[in-house]
Design a protein around this ligand. Structure first.
Ligand SMILES: *[C@@H]1O[C@H](CO)[C@@H](O)[C@H](O)[C@H]1NC(C)=O
Length: 251
């Protein structure tokens, strides 16, 4: 089973019930990774409806809609006693704060997950550990289509490696040579984006020092890769009484 972008679903094991049907496109890896550039019409916030047979205690709403609609969706889900998993592109921090305050008051569980990919989180964690031991780091990412570069994955990793008291790639900090890649953030992390039809979506982080290269790589070949993260999120969110940001809190 997989759900389409732009939809919200209520899950009540083992049922999966769509709550709304706003103009979704078929999901692909590219859609998952680069929805922020997609100019699909914003789905109108349609009221959630409880369907017969859904048990309130275990029902979870999975919200793949849009940053502008999630607050109302979580409120409505809460009115039905349902917890929410929110995975929408580029959610604003104000929205997360507002949701957090709301969930706190309502003692309602909610997970806001910028990524549902466990592999992406493991890559971030491994990159953070490695960054303490290497002074050079460059990210190389690949996608079959040219859009949304640098990707959210690359931006997040650069973020993860920034403000750790380290300046990377000090030997050539100049940004004058485009072929040396784009510098992301303040600390000198560089990213190089490849576009090659037929290639799988991948993120590679190279760490090095003289005499050694340490490489971390995550390949994604299918959107199914998000399923274990989604299932983990569902299992954990049913026990929450507040908002948690980031699936990594559950790993
Ligand atoms: C990496 O950075 C992203 C974006 O800033 C953040 O959401 C995520 O929690 C960080 N990952 C880890 C493992 O700290």
């Amino acid at each position: 089973m997989w759900v389409k972008e732009g939809q919200a679903f209520a899950l009540s094991f083992p049922l999966l019930l769509p709550l709304s049907f706003p103009s979704p496109l078929p999901p692909t890896i590219e859609d998952h990774n680069s929805r922020k550039t997609q100019k699909s019409p914003s789905p109108s916030p349609s009221p959630l409806k409880m369907t017969e047979g859904q048990s309130k205690s275990t029902a979870v709403v999975v919200d793949f809609t849009d940053s502008s609609t999630v607050y109302d969706n979580v409120k409505q889900a809460t009115a039905f006693g349902m917890r929410s998993i929110v995975h929408v592109p580029q959610i604003k921090m104000e929205t997360v704060s507002a949701l957090s305050a709301f969930c706190e008051k309502a003692s309602m569980g909610c997970l806001v997950a910028p990524t549902l990919s466990i592999g992406s989180i493991l890559l971030q964690q491994a990159a953070i550990s490695a960054s303490f031991h290497y002074n050079n780091v460059e990210i190389v990412e690949s996608k079959p289509n040219a859009r949304d570069f640098p990707s959210q994955d690359a931006i997040q990793i650069a973020n993860n490696l920034t403000n750790l008291g380290q300046i990377y790639n000090r030997e050539d900090i100049s940004t004058d040579i485009p072929a040396r890649g784009q510098v992301l953030g303040e600390d000198g992390v560089r990213v190089h984006s490849l576009v090659l039809p037929g290639i799988s979506s991948s993120t590679t982080v190279y760490f090095s020092r003289p005499g050694e290269v340490y490489t971390l790589k995550h390949d994604v070949t299918d959107v199914q890769s998000l399923m274990p993260g989604l299932l983990l999120a569902i299992r954990k969110v049913v026990r929450l009484k507040n908002l948690v940001y980031g699936l990594e809190k559950f790993l």
